[in-house]
Design a protein around this ligand. Structure first.
Ligand code: SF4
Length: 279
């Protein structure tokens, strides 16, 4: 068993401990920061001026997504519906809630940094002036440990990257299942982590921490904190490097997500360019 499992248990217990003794002032401070992010949920996404179309978490699940946007421009961008925007807004609130709880429960010798802007790795496409590719990214949470803190062995590492997800009941349960990181990843959770865990700051391990959106205060439920295996991150990074190699300017790569996963729920219901994709 890896020493990194110490982090999984610890992050969950810090969250529960902080939640049990909620600090209204800390929660309030995080909420003030969150308000700016909530406003952005209603910004336009459908026109050419509405920001990059390819981000570490967006339009990389399938090689054809970026290619279709290059080909069709604003027709492919589309506007998210109201339901999606409200879900994002609630997600921002829950991120603030999770950060404030973990911070409250954090013991001596540990520090955390939230919503950090970071450079993308050197294999990420450079901006060509079109604004097509994001120029920088954001990591949710980085926790650092001073040597010896917690009485943990050195092999447990000194810094970890944590991506926070707020999920409905089904999604939350999914994060508790074995090897969920190998399931179809239409929403780009693995691609995001594969990008952010490479280059720049080096982290000892990478985690996904899910909170139940339906009942974040349920006493018997905490965070599902799961370490993503390094082999999975490397595999995902190699896939991204392959599909980004021609910056989506080459031939139609075909419906490769659909082919990889068979008839996919994501293709039918969620892919932002599904109206343009013949499968
Ligand atoms: S609908 Fe499926 S196959 Fe088509 S672009 Fe979207 S993810 Fe790819």
């Amino acid at each position: 068993m890896s020493n990194y499992t110490i982090w999984s248990h610890a992050i969950d217990s810090w969250f529960k401990e902080g939640r049990a003794t909620t600090d209204p002032a800390a929660f309030d401070a995080y909420m003030k920061d969150t308000l700016a992010s909530i406003g952005s949920c209603w910004e336009s996404r459908g026109d050419e001026d509405s920001g990059p179309i390819v981000r570490p978490s967006t339009n990389l699940s399938c090689a054809r997504q970026g290619w279709l946007v290059r080909k069709h421009g604003s027709e492919a961008r589309g506007e998210p519906n109201q339901s999606a925007r409200i879900t994002w807004a609630i997600g921002h609130l829950l991120h603030g809630f999770v950060y404030s709880c973990i911070e409250k429960g954090l013991p001596e010798g540990f520090t955390m940094e939230v919503e950090h802007t970071r450079q993308l790795p050197d294999w990420w496409p450079e901006d060509d002036g079109s604004g097509f590719f994001a120029k920088q990214g954001h990591t949710d949470l980085v926790i650092r440990r001073e040597p010896g803190a917690g009485g943990w062995p050195d092999s447990a590492g000194h810094s970890v990257l944590v991506d926070v997800k707020s999920s409905n009941e089904t999604g939350y349960r999914n994060y508790g299942t074995s090897e969920f990181w190998n399931k179809p990843d239409g929403f780009g959770y693995m691609s995001q982590l594969a990008v952010y865990s490479d280059g720049g700051d080096a982290y000892d391990a990478t985690f996904l921490a899910a909170v139940n959106r339906n009942n974040p205060g349920a006493q018997r439920q905490g965070l599902h904190v799961r370490q993503i295996p390094q082999t999975r991150l490397v595999e995902e990074r190699e896939r991204l490097q392959r599909i980004l190699a021609d910056r989506f300017e080459g031939d139609d790569p075909g419906p490769e997500f659909h082919e990889r996963h068979g008839s996919s729920f994501y293709c039918r219901e969620f892919c932002p360019v599904r109206h343009l994709c013949e499968r």
